[in-house]
Design a binder for this molecule. Sequence first.
Ligand SMILES: [Zn+2]
Length: 287
Amino acid sequence: MLKTHESTRKVARRLDQGSARILAATISRTADRWFVSFTVEVQRHLPLDTRRTVVGVDVGVRQLAVLSDGTMIANPRALEDALRKLRRLNRQLARREPGSERRKKTHRRLARVHARTANIRRDALHKLTSSLATEYGTVVVERLNVGGMIRNRRLARAITDAGLAEIRRQLTYKTTWYGSRLVVADRFYPSSRTCSACGWVKAKLTLAEHTFICETCGVVLDRDLNAARNLAKLAQYVAQSGWETQNARGADHKTQLAGQVAMKREPSSADIRLGPTASRHGRDMQR
Ligand SMILES: [Zn+2]
């Protein structure tokens, strides 16, 4: 019998009801804490009421995400606090005598704050992706060219924080769990530079420009909201053309959008696919 710090009630209840089965357990240790992860087979009930709704998600730098319906999801405040603490401890570590007890102590504290930062971030991303996958029938996200953006150091941190790749990874399996659809726009789809009202494409939009101003129809919109609306529009296009969605199997398609933009869907072999009944509780769910 083990006493756990976090509640295991959810899993225990499912086990009692017979709607879940534990397949494996893994013990691990991070920053002086012990964790147990369970791989669980779970029966899920699919929500049926919202299957027709579409949401475009602009994964942010300034915000965690902006949805095409205007919802802004802020970066968790606790994350900023933890990052500040991380910077302070890093400076402190640099001042400590190598091999000293104090250095070891700072090192341990640093490891704990690192783990906490990662936990806060993971928690925020999970809340976001769970609500997206359960509340909408189709979720459209952008495949950002993270490699290209990481050259800008300050932005790189923000991008890493938002965990773009992680959001997409979680959405890929959660949309499968909940019976919704994930559409991933190609990285060359100009969701930020296109006017979501009239379709005009701006030649260049710098990262400093937080507002999108259309030179054709005169619309003025928050940059991220404009991008999110363009992504949502992409779903309609996908529905019309029979373009393969990200979490469905199928052949590669090359298509044109409104005669302007070439889109290419990359093979999705790297995507994580889980059957509707085989959920992974491990790292993601029950730490
Ligand atoms: Zn316009």
